[in-house]
Each structure stands twice: as C-alpha cells, then as structure tokens.
Design a binder for this molecule. Structure first.
Ligand code: G3H
Length: 251
C-alpha cells in the first residue's frame, strides 16, 4: 500500500477575526509536533496574519477559494497568486457551499484548480452528494462526474487532495456511517487509479469532511481509504481541532 501522509485540514469558512489568532497560537503550542500534516484555511482577511503566526511551525495556511484568472477586472475576487503572496500554500476549491451558493460548475472548479496548480498551491478539491442525490441512489455517479469534471489532468499526488464531503453531513451533526464512507472512498480511490495510474492514484490523499468532531474522529480515521479530514466547525477551537489531530496521529 502506498504510504500517504495524513492531513488534518481546517476550514474556518466565514468565521474568524484577528482575536482568533490566539487559537492558532494555542494549536501550534499543543500540536505543532503532530506527525500528521496540518492545515488551516482561514478567511482571506486573516491569511497573511495567520501565516506570520505560523511561520517556522508545521502549520500550513490555505485559502478557501481562488479565481481562475491570474489578475484583472474581477471585483471582490482573489487570485491564486494573491493567496500565495499572502502566505498560503493550499487552497480549497469546489466546496459545496461555493458550488451551491456561487453556482460553481465542475468546469469552473477545474479552471480554478489549474490556476492554483500553476501558482504552486496544493488544491483541496471537494466533491459530495446532496441528500436528494443519495436517496435517489446516485451518490457514486455524482461523485464520479464531479471528479472527472473538477480535477485537471495535470493533478499529481503532491498537488491535489480530494475531500469527500456529503452535503447532508456538513454542519448538521449527521456523520456518514463508516459503511457509507468506505463505499465512497474506495470508489474514489479506484477512479483515481483508473485515471491517473497506480502511483498517482494511490498517492493522492482523500479526506472525509462533514461533522467530524473529536468524539467521532477515531472511527472515521479507521476507514482504510480515509487519509484525514476537512473540518469545519470543530477547527475553530484549538482544543477541538487538537482532539481530531490526536485521533489522526493515532490512526
Ligand atoms: O469544509 C468543511 C466541511 O464543510 C465540514 O464542515 P463541518 O465540520 O462544520 O460539518
């Protein structure tokens, strides 16, 4: 089996003011020596300050979105180069909240991912089905089409991370069962291997996201093709995210 480094990624979404930088200081102090890779994606307004706080530590900082264009007349948007310039090493792309709230298509997510890779950022590309799609028995078909449409051919094991986030499990407290997670993660792994070959397909990390908490993390991380988590609410507090990191380190 390919040795994939586990990744604990936090997505602060539209939460966080300067005062919350103390949570990052606490996280670095308590879990800076974790064996898992650590990433926090704060709102764009905090990237530069957070990157300064994290400088010299194992904690990496990422953005939550970027524009596909390098620069230009796109009011309110942020380019991959700007994220990099502010100190980000990663960017989340195609989160379901952007797919739904900003009508981002797979093609748009793919273009953004290509822009991120061109700037040397690691792209965390999100996929996931709605409750309606799951109940219609379309989960694997939806994930396959999102993967095909959103992940560029240039993806490598080092430059792209996939995050499986069932939309119905995000912020709801409803976690997918380990059987459901296993089915989707195994399918994603098989599709990555079929498309990118053994080395890249087996080397790419696949995270689970959706109501991951310290109390359910160990069970989720015991699933074979789960290489870490993309955590929303529980990443806002160092104590909670630290509990998830500890569970990932122990898995
Ligand atoms: O990006 C993170 C996910 O949307 C999960 O959010 P959550 O942990 O608050 O459910």
């Amino acid at each position: 089996m390919t040795d994939r480094r586990k990744l604990a990624a936090g997505n602060w979404k539209m939460n966080g003011l300067g005062a919350e930088l103390s949570e990052i200081e606490a996280l670095i102090a308590s879990h800076g020596a974790a064996s898992s890779e650590l990433l926090i994606c704060p709102p764009a307004t905090l990237i530069e300050r957070m990157a300064r706080v994290a400088e010299g530590s194992a904690l990496q900082i990422g953005g939550q979105d970027c524009h596909a264009a390098a620069s230009g007349a796109h009011t309110g948007d942020t380019s991959a180069a700007m994220l990099r310039d502010a100190g980000a090493s990663h960017v989340i792309l195609g989160h379901s909240e952007r797919r739904a709230g900003h009508r981002e298509s797979d093609a748009a997510v793919r273009a953004k991912t290509e822009a991120a890779l061109a700037e040397g950022l690691v792209a965390v590309v999100c996929v996931g089905e709605t409750l309606e799609e799951r109940e219609a028995g379309r989960t694997l078909e939806v994930i396959a089409s999102q993967l095909d449409g959103s992940v560029p051919d240039a993806a490598t094991a080092e430059t792209v991370v996939i995050a499986y986030e069932p939309v119905w499990a995000i912020g709801t407290g409803k976690v997918a069962t380990t059987t459901e997670i296993t089915e989707v993660h195994d399918d994603i792994r098989a599709r990555l291997v079929a498309r990118f070959g053994d080395e890249v397909g087996n080397g790419m990390r696949v995270l689970y996201g959706g109501s991951v908490k310290p109390g359910n993390a160990a069970e989720i991380f015991a699933v074979e093709n789960v290489d870490g988590a993309l955590v929303g609410g529980a990443s806002l507090k160092a104590a909670d995210f630290g509990g998830i990191i500890a569970a990932l380190d122990a898995s």
